[in-house]
Design a protein around this ligand. Sequence first.
Ligand code: ASP
Length: 585
Amino acid sequence: MFRSHNCGELRLSDAGKEVTLSGWVQIGRGFGGLTFVDLRDRYGITQVVFDQDDNAELAERAKKLGREFVIQVKGAVRERTNKNPNRATGDVEILATELTVLNSAKTPPFTIEDDSDGGDDLRMQYRYLDLRRGPLQENIIFRSKLALAVRAYLGDKDFVEVETPFLIKSTPEGARDFVVPSRLNEGQFYALPQSPQTFKQLLMVAGYDRYFQIVKCFRDEDLRADRQPEFTQIDCEMAFVTQEDVLNTFEGLTRHLFDKMKGIALPEFPRMQYDDAMRLYGSDKPDLRFGMPLVELNDVAQNKGFGVFDSAELVVGICVPGKADLTRKNLDALTNWVKRPQIGAKGLVYVKCNEDGSFKSSVDKFFDQEALAAWAAKCDAKPGDLLLVISGDDEKSRGQIGNLRLHAAAEYDMIPEGAFAPLWVVDFPLLEWDEESERFHAMHHPFTSPKQEEVERMLNGDHETMKSLKADAYDLVINGAEIGGGSVRIYDRALQERNFKLLGFTEAEAEEQFGFLMGAFEYGAPPHAGIAFGFDRLCAVMNGQSSIRDFIAFPKNNQGRDVMIDAPASIDDEQCKELNLKVTV
Ligand code: ASP
């Protein structure tokens, strides 16, 4: 027997018991004739004491224990004289009578403590050591419990978990495919699924009615902040349902998960139209934990002789509450922030709504007090507030000020601690016109249905009509993060063919890539709809954290590398030959 108890469970009520513990040496320290060792496992830390007077030989051996040695200790539980109230086991210690070193350890390259001294790269290289740290263990265990809770909830609601293949053909979700050469089929490649989209739709055709899977998806994209080339979805599909049914089912799941895992009762989720989200927040994933909606100022700010505004398609502002006291330096910093290439604004105008009712702005030359008062009224600004204003192209300016809104909220501590603001964003456009490639892209993916009342327009409309089509597509957003997205699907061959055509597929290409799905639609496909949640992101958001990496046991770095196992790596000539591959770099 390696252990009678774990390192997190002994309490004062266990005093007097003979126990055996196994774990890692967190730290050892001498104090007169006593050597204290903090013994750690995933359940906690227990103090073990070796007493020179009690057993000199044992105490001598204990002094030689290094950090992260794996040891087994036998001894009696006793009450501590100086208790540690910060530790669950802090009332007791073990007076050791036996010590077995199960394995020694090199000094770890960073401290294995809640706050490690190791940099990102080093911790990624020694991920198995990083994973020993308390915060990461909590995350990984949370993730496991969350997955179990998802399975239990959906299982109860008659969802069937079905595994779908990883070696498939391209499923367009808007990223590049990872490809895998086939040895048995010379010169041919599988694509790893960007999602199980087509398979879950085929399962609906097959009559499974309610499908889910906690599944890996693979997308080869330039890694923007906090994306992973392989990530996990809670993927779902339902037949004989409307958008409303899907939203209700998954709102139910989300509320259940927050309640079960965090004891948080989420409010009912508001619904917001995509157009309103873009208009009021400059984003399709608005963070509603705080206000500061965008306010259009064209009618009060244009035609007053300020050329920059007069020539702009849109003048748009936000009201930052209580920030009229920002210094020149603060305001310059905000201006520089919006001028960074990532944001791309040309400049930033400010108006301070002073406590005495007067206004001070960066455009005082063009706007008198009365004019600025009109801006303030439009923005519902009170004395002490600060208006920040951007102008230019409509869509771009909204995006820029939307970003500034987020920045200001974070910068000025306007986000209430522990708050969760979920919402559904609905009625996304079906298609997106890309000026550069001069073609439409599917806003969600090519299998998304236009709204029922738009079908006729989609089948027969002209180019401009296509731009205005709305889809039964929806996103779940929590705290400004996209947690999930889905849509009602096309289940009719003619409509699916039309969509592929609009997306620039020739008939032959559509048939070659998706003939199997369109074929299936001819064999009795039921109306169906679905959704997928980003499981990693859900874990992070539920815990008020921003990095999904900390919830993935073995993540990739920003270059898509696993630096621990050193992948990707080249393969040897023999393997290349077998796969008929010629590597030219
Ligand atoms: N396959 C979609 C995605 O990965 C989700 C869905 O439409 O159900 O975003």
